[in-house]
Design a binder for this molecule. Structure first.
Ligand code: NIG
Ligand code: FE
Length: 395
């Protein structure tokens, strides 16, 4: 076996669960990399006798994991919403701000006004911060344009970033995020515009990897989302949904009906919804940043998700309104403290299950031969340390 690079004297959390070893830990491992892919992972003494390595790195008995994946972000936008944060602290709710034309629509105004170059620069700065924490796979949503030109601009920025940075990036079309001002009180017409104009055009331009929506009383109804999902399926695009964040709309069950990759937030999800997700193989994406930032009280039904074997992922939901954090490591910690995940569940939630939520589990998310060599070396004594320390980037 010939490797470009070989990591030795290292402990590996492969994230391939084994009986009694949930993180698939291999102590004193070796990892061989060839052509930017993992060619060998195993105990060092199982290395083939005749191997050759271009470069060998002694990892000083530290730990490697697959690079982390942030499977739910709104990383591309202009402006900020710090003034709204201040208002919310004075007692005005997210819904009230939204209904008064603030919230998502205030970011829409700023994003429409920004050039493609400006948006790219802003997103790149955010991305660089996240790279410092070992994140190499991202989801990036549109949804702050709500018109064809601006949705296109956002998805083009995500595409350029993917191609420039050599990262794994899923580009998600979130046209059904909010009702733009020019369609005020005309939700039916707007959904038709999303389905008949925006979706087909942006798909034709090869700018969409997945389709998302905001199913909520301040977003879109289940029936409206169904229309969008039907169109997505017609075009052969996978779907996912912001579901059950502030109330139970049956969104997760709808998403599951369409074989969704994930249902995200899900604080108000009930057991019927959990069962539907389990049957469809839909991943539950937990977003403790938004929960924290909105000072929510209701936690997602983690016990039911466990009971029915629904895989759980964790993401930042980075956005200017409800989760301005850029720290996926902090989300690891918060998923343990707020949602009572075990460190093992949390770690699988930002690797293996996050990749599954993106439909990328065949290329990343675990340390296995054949996957991309997205490998992070951490200055820690045990994988659980990543959930324990308050954010610091020990990469
Ligand atoms: O995931 N809930 C809808 N979308 C975002 C919030 C976007 C915003 O407020 O700008 C979320 O929380
Ligand atoms: Fe979101």
């Amino acid at each position: 076996m010939i490797f470009d690079r070989l990591l030795v004297n290292v402990n590996a959390a492969t994230m391939v669960p084994k009986e009694g070893n949930g993180l698939g830990i291999i102590e004193n491992a070796a990892i061989g990399i060839k052509d930017r892919q993992i060619a060998f992972v195993g105990a060092a003494d199982a290395l083939p006798k005749d191997y050759q390595a271009g470069e060998t790195t002694d990892c000083a008995a530290k730990w490697v994991t697959p690079a982390l994946a942030d499977c739910h972000t709104h990383l591309i936008y202009a402006g900020d919403r710090a003034a709204e944060f201040e208002k919310r602290l004075q007692g005005v709710s997210y819904e009230e701000i939204s209904r008064a034309g603030g919230g998502i629509l205030s970011t829409v105004r700023a994003t429409r006004a920004a050039s493609e170059e400006e948006l790219y620069e802003l997103a790149l700065r955010r991305l660089r911060t996240m790279l410092l924490e070992g994140v190499a796979t991202f989801e990036m949503k549109s949804g702050y344009g709500l018109d064809l030109a601006t949705e296109r601009k956002m998805l083009r920025v995500a595409t350029m970033m993917r191609d420039d940075m050599g990262l794994r990036i899923q580009r998600t079309f979130l046209g059904a995020h909010a009702l733009p001002p020019e369609y005020a009180n005309r939700a039916v017409d707007y959904i038709d515009h999303v389905c008949n104009d925006m979706l087909p055009a942006l798909h034709e331009e090869k700018l969409i990897d997945a389709v998302d929506g905001f199913c909520e009383n301040i977003g879109f109804s289940r029936a409206q989302m169904e229309k969008v999902f039907k169109k997505a399926k017609e075009l052969g695009l996978p779907v996912k949904l912001h579901a059950e964040q502030l109330s139970n709309q049956g969104g997760a069950a709808l998403a599951a009906e369409f074989g969704a990759l994930s249902a995200d937030h899900i604080e108000y999800l009930d057991e019927a919804g959990v069962k539907a997700m389990a049957a469809a193989g839909t991943v539950a994406v937990l977003l403790p940043g938004a929960f924290y930032y909105l000072r929510e009280k209701q936690t997602p039904p983690v016990d039911l998700l466990r009971k029915h074997g629904v895989p759980m992922a964790i993401a930042t939901d980075h956005n200017p309104g409800t989760s301005p954090t850029l720290s996926l490591l902090l989300m690891l910690n918060m998923s343990c403290t707020f949602f009572r995940l075990t460190p093992e569940e949390a770690l699988l939630g930002v690797t293996r299950n996050a990749a599954k939520a993106l439909g990328m589990d065949d290329i990343c998310g675990t340390l296995e031969a054949g996957k991309v060599a997205d490998v992070v070396l951490w200055d820690i004594d045990h994988p659980r340390d990543l959930c324990y320390y308050f954010p610091r980037p020990p990469v």
